[in-house]
Ligand binder design. Structure first.
Ligand code: DGL
Length: 253
């Protein structure tokens, strides 16, 4: 049995990177739905349908017993639907990110994500479920994804966008920020340089604790496969930042 990871595109390579590094012997199959990205401004019905189709591809081709939903938007809407339909282990990024934030915050958490993730209030619900006394505010940052894909991180454009979206949250007293989108870890340095006191929670790293709870079969051949549903111009750039020697294959869902 192997692990499948899917994302709306290539941003989920941030999650892939975490799993890749910590489970070198495990077989990992990554699917990036680059033909239909972004999910972040689509309706709940469409996000759920796309997520089920991505999982179906991974289950039927690789007999995976665990799927990691790297996409925050898909995690916000589709986790229970996937669990119900496929009966496999499903790990999303929202709950781990919320839990980590609660562990480090002084009492006021901010969440940044896509329009759909913010609209779902998934992080707000996850935080409140764990600790209802924590204050939480959120804001959608739709410009961050294209900034990362154009590799404009650590530029004036990125800094302006960070100020534009996040100044109000930080001025309001947020002490911890959850990077609630696959792409945002690429902006960590920029965010940190503008708000050095802000604690940054990376949901793509927070999943590790959850993976450890599942009895994953680590003794495999360490196979790594990346499938994309369409060409992705940013893939070559992001790939070199994150991983070595990966073969990408184009498939149709
Ligand atoms: N992967 C998405 C997420 O983490 C960002 C890109 C998109 O909108 O599809 O929410």
């Amino acid at each position: 049995m192997a692990v499948g990871i899917f994302d709306s595109g290539i941003g989920g390579l941030t999650v892939y990177k975490t799993v890749n590094k910590n489970y070198p012997e495990m077989d990992i199959h990554y699917l990036g739905d680059t033909a239909r990205v972004p999910y972040g401004n689509r309706s709940p019905e469409t996000i759920i349908r796309y997520s089920l189709e991505c999982t179906s591809f991974l289950v039927s081709n690789f007999h995976i017993d665990t799927v990691i939903v790297a996409c925050n938007t898909a995690s916000s809407y589709a986790i229970e639907h996937i669990r119900k339909k496929f009966g496999i282990n499903v790990i999303g990024v929202v709950e781990p990110g919320a839990k980590r934030a609660i562990e480090v915050t002084n009492g006021y958490i901010g969440v940044i994500g896509t329009i759909a993730t913010v609209r779902s209030e998934s992080y707000v619900k996850a935080v409140k479920e764990l600790n209802k006394n924590i204050k939480i505010s959120q804001i959608a940052c739709p410009l961050f994804v294209p900034i990362v894909e154009e590799m404009l991180v650590d530029t004036e454009i990125a800094r302006s966008a960070v100020h534009h979206y996040m100044d109000s949250l930080v001025n309001d007293g947020v002490d911890t920020i959850i990077l609630g989108c696959t792409h945002y870890p690429f902006l960590k340095n920029t965010i940190n340089s503008i708000y050095p006191d802000l604690k940054i929670v990376d949901s793509s790293e927070a999943i590790l604790e959850y993976l450890e709870k599942i009895n994953l079969n680590k003794c495999q051949s360490g196979k790594r496969e990346i499938y994309l549903t369409d060409e992705a111009p940013a893939f070559e750039t992001l790939k070199t930042v994150l991983t070595d020697g990966i073969i990408s294959q184009k498939i149709t869902l």
